[in-house]
Design a protein around this ligand. Structure first.
Ligand code: UD1
Length: 353
């Protein structure tokens, strides 16, 4: 019998792409999502992102529950109903600026939500989890490329970043307390792109905070111009350099991390960087997107964004050695796939209800 994976936040951007890859890899999937940050769909129906996940995977989910992770009773009910073998945990709030304005909401959702999930898992005897972490735990990197040995937690400037760091600490302590646990934390660099079908992709509710979705909305004519946050950084062209990674590569990384969590030889806690190891500047990104879309992306250089650093690039050799994972899709493919999704869905999933 195939294994059953509970995916929290499975209706969201990285969650939906990962759910497809899990179904393709032969896993059964139950999704739990509160839908606070996605198009929910009609009462009693699946969110549109998951309708499409099923179409693309040609396979149905075992279940979908519109439940918040902070609702321990409802969550325990899901574990009672289904014999879950492992959890892939995405559900969290992720807007850096908003987290400064609403720290309690962020700690509640991201930290309490994770604590509740782990408690409910323990009650249910489920000890395997893959966690959606972030390169943000490295703060302003002391050296590049940042590997997993790089110190974490120092100089984190916003509650969002701290929630990811705190959850990693909780998982480490938990793994040390009981050898049953198998916990894998994946530190994403900058996830971008979309499924090559153009049927699912990133769908920010409100103005995008991140570069690629903003560029895509300018290219499609939804926004007039991009603000480039500073061109006086110590980088080749003065603009910020990041390690952008295709969301489908990232999704495959979760499947491989799950294989690790199921392997006989692994116990305890491990974290892995998921990136490409290649730095791309804001101007390079604009150029690549213009090439992929054939559309102009007007921009204006403005002041630096508070909390931004010049460069963040990953060392991904540990994921390659221990998970057998490597990012295979390049910047052009990231832009082409993001553009296909954006062009077909200028209003995201709101246009497919
Ligand atoms: C941001 C978050 C990070 C989070 C990540 C998730 C901040 C300070 N950091 O990272 O914690 O894990 O998203 O995806 O918000 N840029 C522009 N104009 C824009 C938007 C971005 O010039 O309108 C520039 C930024 O200055 C940066 C680069 O593009 O140099 C990438 O920005 P973004 O996509 O927001 O990602 P990060 O800042 O790396």
């Amino acid at each position: 019998m195939s294994r059953l994976i509970l995916v929290t936040g499975g209706a969201g951007y990285v969650g939906s792409h990962t759910t497809i890859e899990l179904l393709a890899a032969g896993y059964e999937v139950v999704v739990v999502d509160s839908c606070v940050n996605c198009v929910a769909g009609e009462e009693g129906k699946l969110p549109p992102s998951l309708v499409r996940v099923q179409e693309l995977a040609k396979k149905s989910l075992v279940g979908f529950y519109r439940v918040s992770l902070t609702d321990a009773l409802a969550l325990a009910g899901v574990f009672e109903k289904h014999r879950v073998d492992a959890v892939v945990h995405f559900a969290a709030l992720k807007a850096v600026g908003e987290s400064v304005e609403k720290p309690l909401e962020y700690y509640q959702s991201n930290v309490s939500g994770t604590l509740t999930l782990l408690q409910v898992m323990r009650e249910a005897g489920v000890h395997r989890l893959v966690y959606s972490s972030s390169a943000t735990v490295y703060g302003a990197p002391q050296y590049l490329p940042a590997d997993e040995q790089h110190p974490t937690g120092a100089g984190l400037t916003n509650p969002y970043g701290k929630t990811k760091y705190f959850c990693e600490q909780v998982m480490q302590d938990l793994a040390a307390s009981d050898k049953e646990w198998r916990l894998v934390s994946l530190r994403y660099f900058n996830p971008v792109g979309a499924h090559p079908s153009g049927r699912i992709g990133e769908d920010p509710l409100g103005p995008p905070n991140n570069l690629m979705p903003f560029v895509a909305q300018v290219a499609v004519g939804k926004r007039e111009e991009l603000s480039v946050f500073g061109n006086d950084y110590d980088t080749p062209d003065g603009t910020g350099v990041r390690d952008y990674v295709h969301v489908v590569d990232l999704a495959e990384g979760h499947v491989m991390a799950l294989d690790k969590a199921f392997s006989k030889s692994f116990r305890g806690y491990a974290s892995y960087n998921l990136g490409t190891g290649r730095g791309v500047s804001v101007l390079e990104m604009i150029e690549a997107f213009c090439r992929a879309s054939g559309k102009p992306v007007p921009y204006r250089v403005v002041g630096r964004r508070a909390g931004d650093v010049a460069s963040v690039v990953a060392s991904c050799s540990l994921a390659e050695e221990q998970l057998g994972w490597r990012a295979r899709r390049d910047l052009q493919e990231m832009c082409e796939d993001a553009w296909r999704w954006q062009k077909l869905h200028p209003n995201g999933f709101r246009s497919c209800q």
